[in-house]
Design a protein around this ligand. Structure first.
Ligand code: DQA
Length: 144
């Protein structure tokens, strides 16, 4: 059961709330993070959050997770999901269990969103449940 969960948000997720609300909903990133921290605390655990629009910064943060007490990662790599060998390699390098999350159901969108460089290494993938998808991933991490 995870105690220290790192929640990573990739590019453009800082714009949640106003970004294509028909696709991504009206919740802001702060709304999502607040809810996750609340759920984590109810389980005596804690979340650390990091959002970046830059691939290298996300790689650096994943690498840093090997040196802090992170025992689970929840990642919405956003567009980098579909392009980034570097993020996939970083996740393999640190060898920390992770769940890939997408707010939208990427499988009913454009074909380029059907490919993920991360999914094959993930413990699981959650897509299409909006902000609740993060919470579902967190509840798994907290109880398994
Ligand atoms: C996303 C889906 C990606 O295809 C897209 O590039 C995003 C967000 C999602 O949460 O639904 O930025 O990861």
């Amino acid at each position: 059961m995870a105690q220290h969960i790192l929640v990573l948000h990739g590019p453009n997720l800082n714009l949640l709330g106003t970004r294509e609300p028909g696709v991504y909903g009206r919740q802001t990133l702060a709304d999502i993070n607040t809810r996750l921290q609340q759920v984590a605390q109810e389980h005596g655990a804690s979340c650390t959050f990091f959002q970046s629009n830059h691939e290298g910064q996300l790689v650096d943060r994943i690498q840093a997770a090997a040196q802090d007490s992170t025992d689970f990662i929840i990642i919405n790599a956003a567009a980098y999901t579909h392009t980034s060998v570097a993020l996939a390699d970083a996740l393999s390098a640190v060898d920390i269990s992770f769940i890939e999350v997408h707010l939208s159901n990427v499988y009913k969108r454009e074909a380029f969103r059907h490919q993920s460089f991360l999914a094959a290494k993930a413990q699981g993938v959650v897509a299409g449940l909006g902000g609740f998808g993060y919470e579902a991933a967190l509840r798994f991490a907290l109880t398994n």
